[in-house]
Design a protein around this ligand. Structure first.
Ligand code: CP
Length: 303
């Protein structure tokens, strides 16, 4: 039987998402346990990462498991021409679960199809980042007390931003009002807007953040990702499209929180960091508990 992998947020039912969020809350209360003793997890990062890799590794270490892997494919046999198929089939011999980040869209699905152990997609190109979404949902639930009927304002690189693509798909399950704020060049792709329309959900698009900022329960800022542009001039045109400053928050809802998957470049000014509406560093911490919940769920160690 194929092991259960997590490649897209749509691999999970709403009930399964809710269970993972409850489990994450349990791990937040008690993050150091022995559940993963004897288990080995591989972190295969073909693209750079700080939060995703380190929070996965922290999650495993706190639960008594061990981590092996690479942080740079140039230190692996990929540089000698090894295929992803052969890498995954080989790593299968050494571990109980694989966490993989790869620049090619669809690579995680492919890996999950050839793997004999669960594969967790830690980001595949501009496609999906489901574990980020689960920690985003956990952060939203913690700060808002509900996932229902919220107004989410997604800002910045909505074209290449895999975090907003996954989050849109997830939040569409909870009657969300979506506002998409992006320059023309970085608008939310049609396939995701069609996804919402097919569910009978509405969204509003604008290039002007001031138009929608005061309606938001969550402002989800994103970085304009230099690495996704083939033409550096195109990046130069849009790199400073939105910069959130503290003075812009004065009329926002009292319970509003600012999320960002991080890393940031300049899209949130550091003068926002001291504002109680800034939640992005707590959000990154929530990644440890959420990833503990995801790993244990996929390994069948928590029901
Ligand atoms: N949010 C996120 O994916 O951050 P890293 O690229 O640092 O892993």
């Amino acid at each position: 039987m194929k092991p259960r992998s997590l490649v897209s947020i749509d691999d999970l039912t709403t009930g399964e998402i809710t269970k993972i969020l409850s489990l994450a809350a349990e791990f937040e209360k008690n993050p150091v346990q022995d559940i993963l003793r004897g288990k080995v997890v591989a972190t295969l990062f073909f693209e750079p990462s700080t939060r995703t890799r380190l929070s996965f590794e922290s999650a495993v270490n706190k639960l008594g498991g061990k981590v092996i892997g690479f942080t740079d494919s140039s230190s692996s046999s990929v540089t000698k021409g090894e295929t992803l198929n052969d890498t995954i089939r080989t790593v299968n011999n050494y571990v109980d679960l694989i966490v993989m980040r790869h620049p090619i869209e669809g690579s995680a699905r492919y890996a999950s199809e050839v793997s004999t152990v669960p594969v967790i997609n830690a980001g595949d190109g501009a496609n999906q980042h489901p574990t980020q979404t689960l920690l985003d949902l956990y952060s939203i639930l913690k700060t808002q007390g509900t996932l229902d009927n919220l107004n989410i304002c997604m800002v910045g690189d909505l074209k290449y931003g895999r975090t907003v693509h996954s989050l849109l798909m997830a939040m569409s399950r909870w009657k969300t009002s979506f506002n998409f704020v992006a320059p023309e060049e970085l608008k939310m792709p049609d396939e995701y807007k069609l996804y919402l329309r097919n569910l009978g959900l509405d969204y509003y698009e604008t290039a002007d953040l001031n138009e929608v900022i005061n309606k938001a329960d969550i402002i989800y800022m994103t970085r304009v990702q230099r690495e996704r542009f083939s033409d550096p001039m195109e990046y130069e045109k849009v790199k400073n499209a939105y910069v959130l400053h503290d003075h812009m928050l004065s009329d926002t809802k009292p319970g509003m929180k600012i999320l960002h998957p991080l890393p940031r470049v300049n899209e949130i000014s550091t003068d926002v960091d001291a504002n109680t509406k800034a939640y992005y560093f707590e959000q990154a911490l929530n990644g440890v508990y959420t990833r503990q919940a995801i790993i244990c769920t996929l390994l069948g160690l928590k029901k």
